[in-house]
Design a protein around this ligand. Structure first.
Ligand code: NAP
Length: 298
């Protein structure tokens, strides 16, 4: 049996949907069953409840599991959550952990410099040292993060980010889900690292242009300072540590300035890379502000 953790979240729910689409049974771990209504309606999906920080809640979730896609949120508890989960998986006799990590597309980005990216590196070291067979997925920024800018886009026709002329190479989560499915269901991936980005390095002016074309309304990029953006995130209700961490991350991206595209993993698994224009068209109603984006759309 294959288990996917973080199954109510963005990449987790997309990968569960990919299993359902392919007709392959899968087990989905969620900590909040109330949020899992859409997952439960999918064919072949066994939704189980548990908290990765509390091993005693994981016994039935881990029973009979050969392989896990390990995902949890990027918050301050990331390191403790995944190391605790790895210990529980070893105890339960799991045979292979596919760790969901990240890779900033900006050239020269140092993963050890920021809490969440550093935590991913520390977890990887813990996983490798544990002796558990592992595989590492390293996707770039998700295209879906631009949904967080919908209030500005729909309200005032502006995409406001502190990025100047910096390029990013965001990836569609559905591409990641297809690659995750292949890694989880075929042999030969032990000890391998799979980096992946979207197919284009885009300025924020390019991204605003694609959104504008998709929604049929002008959207222009407005460069703001990271302090202005931090205040906007706070006003939008982001917890202060999250707003502060994002501001630091964007400052670094802006300082480094240029992203590279890496499609080797798409090519390796025969996945056609989704362009931002295709993504924006698919989610035009979300960018118009007409539809809330549900993490687990029915
Ligand atoms: N955002 C990006 O652009 C990006 C790019 C590359 C990689 N990543 C990585 O992708 C991963 C997912 O990030 P995301 O922003 O997409 O997060 P997300 O949508 O919030 O998904 C994370 C999921 O993990 C679950 N979770 C957290 N702690 C848990 C626990 N103790 N027990 C059980 N489930 C738990 C959450 O459950 P609840 O639903 O109950 O909160 C949530 O459903 C992170 O590790 C991040 O570093 C993100």
């Amino acid at each position: 049996m294959i288990l996917i953790t973080g199954a109510n979240g963005r990449p987790g729910s997309a990968t569960v949907r990919e299993f359902a689409r392919r007709g392959t049974p899968v087990r989905a771990l969620v900590r909040d069953p109330k949020k899992a209504k859409d997952l439960r309606a999918l064919p072949g999906v066994d939704v189980v409840h548990g908290d990765m920080l509390w091993p005693e809640t994981l016994e039935s979730a881990l029973a009979g599991v050969d392989r896990v896609l390990m995902i949890s949120g990027a918050g301050p508890e990331l390191l403790e959550t995944q190391c605790t989960f790895i210990d529980a998986a070893i105890k339960a006799g799991v045979g292979h952990i596919v760790k969901f990590s990240g890779k900033d597309s900006v050239d020269g980005f140092d993963n050890e410099k920021f809490r969440s990216t550093r935590s991913h590196e520390q977890i990887l070291r813990y996983l490798v040292a544990s002796g558990m067979p592992w595989t590492l997925l390293r996707p770039s920024q998700f295209m879906h993060v631009y949904f967080e800018e919908v209030p500005d886009i729909a309200g005032s026709g502006e995409l406001r980010l502190p990025l100047g002329d910096t390029t990013m190479a965001p990836i569609d989560i559905d591409d990641i889900a297809k690659i995750s499915y292949a890694v989880l269901t075929t042999p030969g991936h032990e000890g391998k690292t799979y980096p992946m980005t979207g197919p284009e390095a885009l300025t924020m002016t390019d991204i605003a242009g694609h959104i504008s074309e998709a929604i049929g309304k002008p959207v222009r990029y407005r460069d703001v300072t990271s302090e202005e953006k931090r205040r906007a995130w706070l006003a939008a209700g982001y917890p202060p540590p999250r707003a502060g961490a994002f501001a630091q991350l964007f400052q670094e991206r802006s300082r480094l300035g240029r992203s590279s595209v890496d499609l080797t993993t798409h090519e390796r698994f025969g996945v056609e890379p989704t362009t931002f224009a295709q993504f924006a068209r698919r989610y035009a109603d979300v960018f118009r502000g007409a539809t809330d984006y549900a993490v687990t759309p029915a």
